[in-house]
Design a protein. Structure first.
Length: 34
């Protein structure tokens, strides 16, 4: 069995990574378009 806190930790890290990539991508996209 995998501990629930481990799943929550990995899930949170994945969400933060995707959110960071999305923000960075939109920010760099806006910066390059200007």
């Amino acid at each position: 069995r995998v501990p629930l806190w481990l799943i929550a930790c990995i899930g949170g890290m994945a969400v933060l990574t995707l959110l960071g990539l999305f923000i960075y991508g939109s920010y760099s996209g806006l910066g390059s378009s200007i």
